[in-house]
Design a protein around this ligand. Structure first.
Ligand code: SF4
Length: 358
């Protein structure tokens, strides 16, 4: 058994324990919410800060980002927006690697997060020492990693890709006769492998949200809604992807939903995306793809437990006290910039959207 094949067993218990310990968000009544929102709005102005939120955080935070001149998107697009914005401080609502990615592109800015405990199972499941040892076992392979990784893993990579540009980049590497070490998401890696036929060895990480979508239950749902179009994120299992009418990144799923002629859409990604999908396609019925079959309980139930740790309360407190500031080692940052810029240059040259990870 390869090192990569052992990793899920070694890390699964750790990841599940962390999920079990994630505390539910404190409930706020409408008056309290309005109060927090007003206080955050005032602080953003006072501190010259801008709010940048991921698609998967709670609707209230996405709405607040939009109402205050901030932004809602995926991690790379969030970081790009922050880099171009004139604000001194970026308040990044999402998970830790997103704050790090923002800092990589904006080293001169203060990057604040509502909580530093918001992790990602892809990042957690790809520790630098083990991943680096895995890469070392394949010295004749190019290392290609997804954006959902730590700054150290990014620094170890030859290429960073998103779910929007992974296929053309891998095809380009194939044309150059390159073999590929892929990390960390096994489903996305398998999907790219199936699409391109590239010679790839896959790290066996997984997203706790997408990994739970269930083929059998999806098939049942499709028989109940035969008219529905099925939109699937490629971090989902292979069988679920095989049922999709459309496979793509978060941003691509929103666009596909908008142009779909079907009035009913079954969506296999975190249901936080429904906030933006409802804006883009307000008259469509959105149905979350099922995450549990009859014999299983779900851990995430189509909502990332770490994204849910971002609340109006900890957002307000972090901004008020300037806590949870992201720091990135400068040597690592410079190294991570190399594969990141390689991807940006390739994408610009080929007219490819650079946004589009989870
Ligand atoms: S939804 Fe999955 S990929 Fe996204 S942050 Fe959560 S665990 Fe990571």
């Amino acid at each position: 058994m390869s090192l990569a094949e052992k990793v899920p067993q070694a890390l699964q218990a750790k990841i599940e324990k962390i999920i079990d310990n994630v505390k539910p968000s404190p409930w706020l009544n409408e008056t309290q919410k309005i109060d927090y929102i007003a206080k955050i709005k005032a602080l953003l102005v006072e501190k010259s800060a801008v709010l940048i939120a991921h698609y998967y955080v709670d609707d209230d935070i996405q709405a607040l980002a939009e109402a205050t001149g901030g932004y809602v998107s995926d991690s790379l697009d969030m970081a790009n927006f922050g880099a171009k914005h004139k604000a001194d401080k970026l308040v990044v609502c999402g998970v830790r690697f997103m704050g790090e990615t923002a800092k990589i592109l904006s080293p001169e800015k203060i990057v604040i997060m509502p909580t530093l405990e918001a992790e990602c199972s892809l990042d957690l499941g790809c520790p630098i020492d083990e991943f680096s040892a895995f890469c070392d076992q394949h010295p004749d392979h190019i290392v290609v990693v997804y954006a959902n990784t730590s700054v150290e893993v990014k620094a170890r990579a030859d290429w960073i890709v998103t779910s929007s540009n992974a296929i053309p980049i891998v095809e380009n590497l194939m044309a150059e006769g390159k073999k590929i070490v892929w990390g960390p998401d096994r489903h996305l890696g398998q999907y790219i492998n199936n699409k391109t036929g590239a010679e790839m060895v896959l790290w066996q990480g997984y997203c706790v949200v997408h990994d739970e979508f269930k083929l059998n239950e999806l098939e049942l749902l499709m028989t109940r809604y035969p008219e529905a179009e099925v939109l699937v994120h490629p971090e989902s299992p292979e069988g679920v992807i095989a049922k999709a009418d459309f496979v793509g990144s978060t941003k691509q799923i929103i666009a596909a939903g908008q142009r779909s002629e079907s009035e009913t859409l079954i969506i296999a990604t975190d249901h936080g995306l429904f906030y933006k999908m409802n804006q883009a396609a307000p008259n469509k019925r959105l149905i979350p793809a099922p995450t549990g079959d009859k014999s299983a309980t779900c851990k995430s139930c189509a909502h990332c437990p770490w994204m849910a740790m971002n609340t109006l309360i900890n957002l307000y407190e972090a901004l008020r006290d300037q806590t949870n500031v992201i720091e990135v080692d400068e040597v690592m940052r410079q190294r991570a910039l190399v594969p990141l810029n390689r991807m940006l240059t390739f994408s610009r040259a080929h007219g490819i959207l650079t946004a589009g990870d989870a």
